[in-house]
Every structure is written in structure tokens, then in C-alpha cells.
Design a protein around this ligand. Sequence first.
Ligand SMILES: NC(=O)c1ccc[n+]([C@@H]2O[C@H](COP(=O)([O-])OP(=O)(O)OC[C@H]3O[C@@H](n4cnc5c(N)ncnc54)[C@H](OP(=O)(O)O)[C@@H]3O)[C@@H](O)[C@H]2O)c1
Length: 439
Amino acid sequence: MADALKVGIAGLGTVGASLVRIIQTRANELTVTCGRAIEITAVTARDRNRDRGIDISGITWFDTPEKLAAEADIDVFVELMGGAEGAAPNSVRAALTRGLHVVTANKALLASSGVELARIAEEKGALLNFEAAVAGGIPVIKALRESLTGNTVSRVYGIMNGTCNYILTRMEKEGLSFADCLKEAQRLGYAEADPAFDIEGNDTAHKLAILTTLAFGTEIAADEIYLEGITNISIEDIHAAADLGYRIKLLGVAQQTDSGIEQRVHPTMVPHDSVIAQVDGVTNAVAIESDILGELLMVGPGAGGDATASAVLGDIADIAKSRPGAQRVPVLGTPAAALSPYKRARMQSHEGGYFIRLTVADRTGVFASIAARMAENAISLESIVQRAKPDSEDTAKTIILVTHATTEDSVRKAVDAIKRESYLAGEPQVIRIERPKAF
Ligand SMILES: NC(=O)c1ccc[n+]([C@@H]2O[C@H](COP(=O)([O-])OP(=O)(O)OC[C@H]3O[C@@H](n4cnc5c(N)ncnc54)[C@H](OP(=O)(O)O)[C@@H]3O)[C@@H](O)[C@H]2O)c1
């Protein structure tokens, strides 16, 4: 049997501690499956004395991740600390430069430095695996990087942040406000004390940037993503969406268009009977549309210590099974030197259906004026509904419009024109509609 694969782990938090426990308790099965033992020989974290509920007594402790990466007697460096700056990039760079294989779950690091790190790994003949960085336990990286080779991808989209999906699901099912659902998510440990990164869409954007590169063979362009979080979604929107046969999800969408690639993260209405609309709570889903395969949809746990450690372990096992000197799968699906520059499609030219909710004074002529502003911008309407504002003592009315496919530009112009009228009694709400192809 081949020598044991020696693994060093930097970061022993939620994911790291799960990984240590799983490798230790499944040692025999892993040896049989991989044809060699997987042995943790070095670890590090910030606090050496913290009780992590795992046994690291026989494992060499390093005081810093940089030192572990540079000096430990290991074959694989596993980075489970997080962060795009400081210890994570420094230690990953040091490990790759030494020719070590690297496994990481760090989407922030890949979104900011993925191409540079891929280049180093490829120069050194090392593997850089990151299945856990997008949608936790769902094997979407492997699907795009390996299984769909030869396919031309037209769109990849998904629910990739469990916190947002939990909040939106609770709002709909319990009729609770955004603020109440956020508090509950924090109490249950689904949302961070500072939830901005999740609810403003940045976390989804990091994951989307990685998927875009794998799907379209372009350089990572995390700063070129249109971003809208879920903080403005009200219970009224959720009810209106339900009445019209839709549910609201925070989607990350990357789409090839005639003018470039759209990357966008925003609250999205999806048809109630689509599979993605049924993905509730902290569960994630990723859909890939491509020309040879058609539509692939994967649903599963997007976070949590064990689910994420499962993906990390799969990456380590791939390394254990790989042959030294063998041809490596390019880190980002396409060799780093062959990635093409990212060409951004203007958000203004995005085409699709729109939901528009307007709060207006109850006056004659308002309905006709709104219809006229839509017509002036060549927007054709699927439906227009007027309803009394439920909890309002004044005479304001809500008007809900659903458009047929139109452009972002037209919708913005029409809404701006409506804003210049005197009858608006609140900020208009605009939510894009996305239609899955197959499911
Ligand atoms: N949790 C999930 O569900 C999940 C899902 C998908 C991906 N991820 C990714 O997995 C990674 C780890 O997440 P996590 O939830 O396990 O984080 P976590 O619970 O906060 O653990 C982070 C670990 O890294 C250590 N650490 C942080 N900075 C360090 C430094 N400068 N030097 C040495 N050690 C340092 C911490 O040490 P101490 O324990 O001593 O403080 C801790 O053990 C992140 O990139 C995250 O985005 C997590």
C-alpha cells in the first residue's frame, strides 16, 4: 500500500473540527477507499487551549498557519480559517509555492485571488481543490470543472446563502417581518452577529464569481457583480408574489448574453411550481443549463460543519487517489493562462419579466397614468392588479404590475417617470423574475 497522505489543517472551527473528527472516526474506511491512509500530522488555530471536542493530542501543533504551510512534513495543506487577507492567502501561497496540494473552503479567498493561486498551483503541478467554497456539500465545482467538460454553459444560477433563504422562507411561512426572521436566524446560529455580508448578497456574490469562471472560462470578476440584498423585501411583496404564483428567493445568476456575461445577485421571483421555488430554509440549490446535457439541478446542504467537511474530505480523497506526476485537472476548469478576460453585459440591457409594486394615492387617473408610462417604454403587461393597502388607515392603494419580457432600461425609465408624478405614496418596489428552463 502507498504511504499515508499527510494532511495539515489550518483552522479548527466549525468545519475544521468536523473534518478532524470524521477523518479520525472513518480512518479504516478511508484507507480502503483511497488505497492509502489519510493521516492528520499538523494543525493550527488561533487559540491552542480551546476545547474543540476533538482529540489533537498526537498531532504536531504549529503556532501560525504560515509556519505550518512552510515547514510541516505534509502532502496537503487544508485551509479552513476564512478571509481574503492575511493568514489564509499568505499560508495558501506558501504551501502552493512549496509544491504542496491545497484544499480550501474559502470563497472569499478564491473570489479575490483565485486566478493567481491557480497559476501558482499549475506551475508547481499541485492540486488546489475548493469544493466546499460554493454551496457547501453540493458537488457543483466538480460538476462544472470536470463532469460538464465539452458543454457550452448558457446560465448557472442558484440559492447559495442559507441565511437569506431561511429568512425568506420564514417570512412566507410564518408571516413574520424581515427583522423578526433575522433575529430568529441569529438566535439559531444560522446568521452571524454581523449579518450584513449574507443579507446584502456579498456571500452569494463570492460564490457566483467562482461559478462564472468555471462555467464560462473567464477570469474571476467578483467586483463586476450587480448586487441587491434582501433587506428591502417586505411581507407585502411575499404575499403579492404568492398571489401571482411566485416565491421570492435570493438568487445568484450568471448568464451568457449577446453583449457579454451577466453576473447578478438579487431577490428574484421564481414560479411557484418550479423545483427551485420549493427549496426552503438553509438548503441550497444550484442549476446549470448547458447545450449537451440540458438542465442539471442540484439541491442539498449548503453549510454546516459536517456537510462542509464532507466536501473538504472528498477533495482530500481525490488527492489521496491521484498519482504523482499525473496530468492535473486545471484548478478553474480551464488552465489559468487560457482564461479569457471577463466581458460584462450591462445590467441595463438585462431582459426578463419584472414585478413592480407601487403604493399610490387613491385618485382617478392613476391607473391610466401608470399604464401610459409602461406603454411609452414599450413594456407589455402580463397583469395589473389594484388592491387596498391592508394595514393602512389612509386611502393609499397598492398597484402590482407583472411585465412580459422587457429590458431593465425600459423598467427603470418607466419607474422614474412614475416617480415624477405626484401620486406615489411610497418607494416603488421592483423585483426581477427568473424562469427555470426545465424544472
Ligand atoms: N461553517 C460553514 O457552514 C461553512 C460552509 C462553507 C464554507 N465555509 C468556509 O469554511 C471556512 C471555515 O469556516 P468555519 O465556519 O469553520 O469558521 P470558524 O468556525 O470561524 O473557524 C475558523 C477557524 O480558523 C482559525 N483561525 C482564524 N484565523 C486564524 C489565524 N489568523 N491563525 C490561525 N487560525 C485562525 C480559528 O481559530 P480559533 O478557533 O482558535 O479562533 C478557527 O479555528 C471559511 O472559509 C468559511 O467561509 C464554512
